[in-house]
Design a protein around this ligand. Structure first.
Ligand code: LLP
Length: 427
């Protein structure tokens, strides 16, 4: 297989941005997420260049939910990114990492009053998932600018579980509800507006992005005609996919940007009422997905009805295969040239039969003590991890300029107990 630019094989071992993965394991243990800062930066610059070369009024809000490690947030801040936050803690993380309120977009859903109040008081731009949420929000004050999330009636995604628009999706509003929502906002005296959608994740088809942008622009155009309002920004969301499996091809990001910008600008030229909005995208996966390798120790190999290669990175560390049947490439980091011999199941140590990293996968024969490298674990990897079965959260390392920096310590057992209180009567 062809390795990504930051991964190399030397004397049979995997090197990540020039650093020997086996030394990282010796120093930091497993399971360990190792992120190449160079790859994060090159992904960011590639997608930024693709769009900004076609439209200068353009901004990237990095979707923190994919990976909110502070080192990643700092790196992207330095590159000029803004932030897309889905919760109050994510606003807190972004702020802590140095993002200013005007650089933060908050897209929650089914928000509580406390969340609406916090968002308003923190001065971030608020994107609402439903019109009536505005009435609840303004009880705490009038925002400078408001955005609404549109569900354009169609969606797409790498799996059904990550398709986030269409009639069955829990997100966004139809055009008629959107018109009512913007009308209410205008009546309340709000003068600046945004519009947003997020229709699905891990999409590798460039034409889809052009098509769906056209759909959103039609809604923006109808809203502006009906109500005489213009837009400061129009946000088409994230969803830019990466290849995980051997049969998948890279998304042609240059062509994607061209199709999106064409659809965007065509709508602006046919309805000047929309104004000259900033084009916003919210990629998560595209920027961090392939930047990170998850290193895991093989703990035991069992040969029974089939062969199970057990390792210390199960669904508690990387949930995607268990949750969606997602594919992640797996290599043996200490024996890269060992030939693939037979089909095995790669599993973790969790007491669930869905605890799977790879099913029926061709792998060289693995033995306990080998180190597995699970690729493309940078997006929705650590961020979806759990403490199930009492297992602590994994550690994270970032390679910066050829040096490994620990960016998140492995959780300790005492820390896991630290928030619990035993009632005195039970002592
Ligand atoms: N903006 C909003 C409002 C979102 O809900 C999401 C992702 C993004 C941006 C970033 O999407 P991306 O560019 O990463 O596709 N856990 C799933 C992915 C769920 C995506 C949810 N929303 C997975 O592991 O594949």
């Amino acid at each position: 297989m062809v390795l990504q630019e930051h991964l190399t094989e030397r004397n049979g071992s995997l090197f990540i941005e020039g650093v020997n993965s086996l030394e990282l394991v010796r120093e930091f243990g497993t399971p360990l997420f190792v992120t190449s800062s160079a790859r994060v930066v090159s992904n960011y610059r590639r997608i930024h260049r693709a769009f900004s070369s076609k439209r200068t009024r353009f901004r990237i809000h990095y979707a923190l939910k994919a990976n909110s490690n502070l080192a990643v947030l700092r790196l992207l801040k330095r590159e000029g990114a803004s932030a897309d936050c889905s919760s109050i803690p994510e606003i807190y993380f972004a702020t802590f990492a140095g993002y200013r309120p005007e650089e933060i977009l908050y897209s929650g859903n089914y928000n509580s009053d406390e969340e609406l109040k916090f968002a308003l008081e923190s001065g971030v731009t608020i994107n609402l998932d439903d019109g009536p949420l505005l009435n609840r929000l303004v009880r705490f004050g009038k925002p400078e600018i408001i955005s609404f999330r549109i569900n354009p009636g169609v969606g797409k995604g790498g799996f059904a579980g990550i398709t986030t628009a269409g009639p069955a999706a829990k997100f966004g509003m139809r055009e008629r509800e959107a018109i009512a929502a913007y009308r209410t906002a205008a009546k309340l005296g709000i003068k600046r507006f945004g519009m947003h959608m997020m229709t699905g994740s891990n999409i590798l088809d460039c034409n889809y992005f052009g098509m769906i942008t056209g759909r959103l622009m039609k809604v923006a155009s109808d809203v502006s005609r009906e109500l005489g309002i213009s837009f400061d920004f129009i946000d088409i969301g994230g969803g830019f996919g990466i290849p995980y499996g051997p049969s998948e091809n890279e998304l042609d990001i240059t062509h994607t940007a061209e199709l999106v910008v064409n659809a965007f600008e065509e709508a602006l030229s046919s309805n000047s009422g929309i104004g000259n909005p900033e084009l916003v995208i919210e990629p998560g996966r595209y920027i961090v997905g392939d930047s990170t390798v998850l290193l895991s120790s093989v703990t035991h190999v069992k040969r029974s009805y089939s062969t199970f290669v057990g390792c210390d990175a199960g669904m508690n560390v990387l949930l995607r295969p268990a949750l969606y049947g997602a594919y992640h490439e797996v290599l043996i980091a200490n024996a890269m040239t060992r030939r693939a011999k037979s089909r095995v199941n790669i599993t973790g140590q969790i007491c669930e039969n869905t605890d799977i990293i790879a099913r029926n996968r061709m792998l060289a024969s693995a033995r306990s003590g080998d180190i597995l490298a699970i690729l493309n674990a940078g997006a929705y990897g650590f961020s979806m991890g759990s403490r199930y079965n009492g297992r602590p959260l994994a550690a994270e390392v970032m390679i910066i300029g050829g040096r490994a920096e620990l960016t998140r310590e492995r959780e300790g057992f005492a820390e896991m107990l630290s928030r619990q209180r035993v009632p005195p009567s039970l002592l």
